[in-house]
Design a protein around this ligand. Structure first.
Ligand SMILES: NC(=O)c1ccc[n+]([C@@H]2O[C@H](COP(=O)([O-])OP(=O)(O)OC[C@H]3O[C@@H](n4cnc5c(N)ncnc54)[C@H](O)[C@@H]3O)[C@@H](O)[C@H]2O)c1
Length: 440
């Protein structure tokens, strides 16, 4: 295949798209190509996900059940756990996890194993596009040698690019169909081919000069958020220490400036698969070049301290309200890491419950319409659906995730105590505390 044959296949819709990893990134991406009439072969090594898809059961809330079902019925979307099915694909996107270990070291083993699959099962002339967030150099310095070890030459046997994912689960405006996308090839031709493949479904594509620029660009986006969230988290703690200054009012006032300021809000900590994880990919990479990125690590440290801060403040709040902290019954509103999603990965609410358990709190329950069950340590918690009937049994309600379906007016009128980490607009009374409000 060359550039012209890719363009022909895009033009007459015969380009076959392969996706390795059908999670929060890969499944929406599959739908984006299917909706433009491209056949998509989705490979995932988790049999539960493939079975669920084959039974037309959607597991990602942003995906329309009806569209998924249609794409499966008309055989445009073919989920499989057979890697050899990828051999008919003209392009293969790699959308596998890039976590960190407990000691904050990047784990790129999923990228390596997905690349080995692509090396083994792809046809000659395939275009490979890595979408997983990772440190600069992964595509060129780690993936290329895996192809070379199998005597495959770039721009002859395969083309290789990096194109970061920008999906924001729960965002009703920006999704994988309309968010501008960046792409950078390991070689010029690889970049051009990847650009035309992505342009076939996304209106705005910004091509950069190399895969390393694209990898670094994604980390800049996420570190920008991490650093700014850390700044307001630090200022929230400062306001509580000084007293009498509410950080939320301060931020709203600053946000009236029409240029040079962008509002970020404090919270109980950061979670998910991106902001909490990605900064460590860059600081790890920098250390290998004798560069210690203190700024990035400081932001991560500040954000990771927030669940600990919340626990300290919650205990003060309970004591101030004459509650016995060891027997206090606490109800958490939300265990997902952010508003209106089911993702609990690295969720600060879970960290807070874990810390409270460690201290000796025994009476903890949660309500979250998106999460049926969670395991924390060796305990399993089930979502209580009937919080309206049970709310008065709890000494304190903690607003840990600001899902829009919670009835905040009801909570405000019926909870004994409310400890708010998200500022859900509850009228301030004696039984209410908001972090960063400077009131405790
Ligand atoms: N979730 C987000 O909002 C988001 C946003 C931007 C970027 N990203 C990045 O995208 C990447 C994927 O994230 P995600 O949230 O979709 O992860 P995910 O865990 O939801 O999905 C990854 C999928 O890959 C599968 N998988 C793992 N190894 C495999 C292999 N060798 N072969 C086949 N399938 C395999 C898993 O079973 C899983 O279904 C990560 O690098 C993440 O940082 C995620």
């Amino acid at each position: 295949m060359n550039k012209i044959s890719f363009e022909d296949k895009i033009e007459n819709k015969t380009l076959v798209v392969g996706i390795i990893g059908l999670g929060y990134v890969g499944l929406p991406l599959s739908m984006t190509y299917c909706k433009k009439d491209f056949k998509v072969i989705g490979f995932d090594n988790d049999p539960k996900k493939i079975n669920s898809l084959l039974n037309k059961k959607n597991y990602i809330s942003d995906i329309d059940d009806e569209i998924l079902s249609d794409m499966l019925s008309n055989k445009l979307f073919l989920p499989t756990n057979e890697p050899k099915e990828l051999s008919s694909c003209d392009v293969i996107f790699i959308c596998v996890p890039t976590p960190i270990t407990k000691n904050r070291v990047p784990d790129i083993s999923y990228i390596k194993s997905a690349t080995q699959i692509a090396v083994k099962y792809s046809k000659k002339g395939v275009c490979i596009i890595l979408k997983s967030t990772t440190f600069p150099g992964t595509t060129e310095d780690i993936m290329v040698p895996l192809f070379e070890n199998n005597y495959k030459k770039i721009d002859k046997d395969y083309f290789l690019s990096f194109s970061p994912e920008r999906i924001d689960p729960g965002n009703k405006i920006w999704n994988s169909d309309n968010t501008p996308i960046v792409v950078g090839g390991v070689t010029k031709t690889s970049g051009q081919i990847a650009e035309s493949i992505i342009k076939s479904v996304i209106p705005k594509v910004h091509k950069v000069s190399s895969s390393k620029i694209a990898e670094m660009e994604k980390l800049l986006e996420n570190i920008f958020r991490s650093v700014n969230i850390a700044l307001v988290n630090e200022m929230a703690q400062m306001c509580d220490r000084i007293g009498g200054i509410d950080i939320w009012e301060v931020i709203n006032a600053a946000a009236t400036k029409p240029f040079g300021f962008m509002p970020f809000r404090p919270g109980p900590g950061i979670g998910g698969h991106c902001i909490q994880v990605d900064p460590y990919y860059l600081s790890y990479c920098a250390r290998g070049h004798d560069f210690h990125s203190e700024f990035i690590e400081l932001a991560a440290k500040t954000n990771e301290n927030m669940p600990h801060y919340v626990v300290d403040e919650l205990i003060k709040f309970l004591i101030k309200n004459c509650k016995n902290i060891y027997s206090a019954k606490i109800l958490f509103f939300g265990v997902a890491f952010k508003t209106n999603v089911s993702d609990t990965r690295n969720s600060p609410a879970i960290k807070i419950i874990e810390l409270l358990n460690r201290i000796g709190f025994k009476e903890i329950e949660y309500v979250d319409p998106f999460v049926d069950k969670i395991s924390i340590g060796n305990k399993v918690y089930n979502n209580i659906n009937n919080y309206k009937q049970k709310i008065s049994e709890f000494d304190c309600c903690v607003i840990s995730t600001d899902h829009t379906s919670f009835d905040y007016e009801f909570i405000s009128s019926n909870a004994n105590l409310i400890f708010d980490t998200r500022n859900v607009n509850i009228e301030s009374r004696d039984n209410y505390h908001l972090i960063g409000s400077g009131k405790l």
